[in-house]
Write a protein that binds this ligand. Sequence first.
Ligand SMILES: *Cc1c(COP(=O)(O)O)cnc(C)c1O
Length: 463
Amino acid sequence: MRSKPDLKSTDAGEIRDFRSLPSVSRLLEAVEANGAPHDVVVRAAREVLDDARREIASGGYIAEHELRARLRANIKIAVSSWPTKVINATGVVLHTNLGRAVLSADAVRAMTEAAAYSDLEMDLGSGQRGHRDAHVANLLHEITGAEAATVVNNNAGALVFCLSALARGREVVVSRGEAVEIGGRFRIPDVLHQSGAILREVGTTNRTYGYDYENACNELTAVLLKVHRSNFYLGGFTSQVELSELVGIAQQTPTIVLNDLGSGCLVDTAALGLKHEPTVQESIRAGTDLTVFSGDKLLGGPQAGIVIGRADLVDRLRKHPLARALRCDKVTLAALHATLLHYLRGEEWEKIPTLRMLALKPEELKAVAMRWQSELNLTGVDVIASRSRVGGGSLPQVELQGYSLVVCPEAFGVSSQDLVHRLRTLPVPVVARVEDDKVWLDPRTVQPDESSDLVRAIQQVLA
Ligand SMILES: *Cc1c(COP(=O)(O)O)cnc(C)c1O
């Protein structure tokens, strides 16, 4: 290895003015490129120097060794593979920042299969061309009873798709209590506007009745839209119109009932002692014309927007130009197919990680946390009753009872923020939760094969 010129002269010194900053080439001489292409390294060095100039301009200073450390870190990021697998110890099952649903082993296998050439759009028997979502649509038909189905990138896309294709230039009736923001600036009124539909708000925030919808209907009405208030809870003096009533109102008119169900729950969450989350099957049974939902919320699959319902409407959607613009990728379709197969086979509670995690009982979680505690065998580490959340804008007011391993940072002479930062920056990062100035590690979202890594991680950061 070529030895690098030393920068001893200014090593200890703090740089407080632009002129004392090293040039790009001098900075580069002091740092290994680690296999990164030259222009990537140069760009990284420029960025480091630009940041330093900004810091100096606002009255700060920087040491030369810090510049080198930043450059090394930036080069490393530029040539590292991404994403990095993390251990989710937050207890939030559908953690959007950590990628929402964990896919089943079968779904992962299917994605690998689909990565190569596959019979994505070919019927191998006849050699004829087929629909890429035909196999998934068959499963959705079997599981939900819907006549037909198609799949796009995500549920936000599915909603824009349906409204653009079926309600452009016409009116869409929505209850004021359901004209909500789903998150990330995805607001129902804006989505309608984007789709070229005219929003016709009815009722009030807390109460909407059947006659509100009836009175709003006219020859311009295309859709009665029902939106599941996934991410917030409306309680108290409230009244809303049941899906079956909406279907009754739309009957004998060309008006379509479109149900944005959000989470795409296919199981009865009440069986877990949780609040009942409206299911896809219920939406179909109520006679809804079209139902849309996410693939990566309670369904437990990949990111996708699923549209199910009347065959004639799905056919219209398939022929719309947006179908091509929003169509789902082959790897996603493969994962979705594998996930839906679990439902068809009746093995969803064992095989789909999201459902398995939701079903974990407090005693089971306590046993895991206590095992971690005894393996660690440290004072300042306790097992305490805790609550976890479903996340992903699903079942917002539901708290899942459980137990967590709780590290008291004072016992180790560090701050809780320091401790979670150390955990997050390990080679196998661990994401934990801070509450009451303690660090909480919830076994619910730690996968069974990650337990020993987790214990080692805690030992490492507390050592
Ligand atoms: C989450 C959600 C969406 C958006 O779904 P994505 O798959 O995240 O695009 C739309 N509508 C409702 C009711 C939701 O809960």
